[in-house]
Design a binder for this molecule. Sequence first.
Ligand code: PEP
Ligand code: MN
Length: 367
Amino acid sequence: MILILKPNISLESREYKRLEGHLQNLTNIEYRIHNVQGAEQTLTEIYLIGSTSALSLDEMRSFQAVDKAVRISQEYKVLGRHKDDSRSSGFSYNGVDFTQDNLNVFAGLCAVDSPESVEAMMSALKDHGQVCTRMGAYKPRTSAYSFQGHGKNCLPYVFELAGKYGIKVIAMEVTHESHVDEINSALDQTGRPTGVMLQIGTRNTQNFELLKSVGRQQEFPVLLKRGFGITLDESLHAAEYLASEGNQKVVFGLRGMKTNIGDPHRNMVDFAHVPVVKRLTRMPVCIDPSHSVGARFRSPDNILDVMNVTAQGVIAGANMILVDFHPDPNVALVDGPQALRMEELPTFLEDVRIVREAFEKRVDLFK
Ligand code: PEP
Ligand code: MN
């Protein structure tokens, strides 16, 4: 059961103390308090765990401190969408909204290789009105001998250039909790010119200790990629690790599944799950067409597969697109073969705009 308290209620108030006294006396029930920081108000949610079936919703609602009480109908306690659950989806971060009702494009470098590539990318984004990007500094690679990313050394110039070109949010993978500290220090050192969305990659979807430590911090939102060889349910449970530790600012990322059945694509495209994740949870849903397709295949009508699968995700209501670009894919140090080229950015964005408009018309049709 979730108790949503009246907005901005103090945990020192008499109303809250009365509720707290009641909760402490319940047998076989534990509770956890979560603070959800919104743009205008702070909401306190109390998660009751244990034998809650005997508790009465009406009794809980009768406490003055309680605004709403919701019975949890399924397993994703914090991020799940429960019956009669009117809690909003998503969050705002550094002036950008992430919800199940909007769409943000994160076009950028799979891996940061040089300040020149970063600058070329960010300046193209600015020219096209974009305020988000992806920049990989810590790269988990199959081979121990492949380029592992420039790590903390590239962060100062990445953040400074982001400030210069008005980038507000950078999606950046972390593979160890120390990377979060390195990102924080580099942001401090550069005067916090931008924001970072911590990305947890498909190889770490079930790295529970990483999830817990990233979940304990509430400064940065998180993009959790679906595990490439586990069920959707298992990946959604992984997202819940972040939220149960206190960080509810989570975007769920689809990036294709590892199976040869998807050949010739690098992964089996799974964007039919966009509406499924939106139905089961309140998380905004991201698609990654680049890592799904993994190459620059082109259909007879001259449309790249990367763009076709992007359209599939967007027509189904995706809320974020993470897509690889590079000014010169031939020299990219990671994933050059799947990168779009800078001159393809306007067409890509226009295609996304057309399909998003079609999605919105579909929503109106079914209203
Ligand atoms: C990436 O986005 O750079 C990446 C490595 O993705 P994934 O974890 O989905 O393979
Ligand atoms: Mn990659």
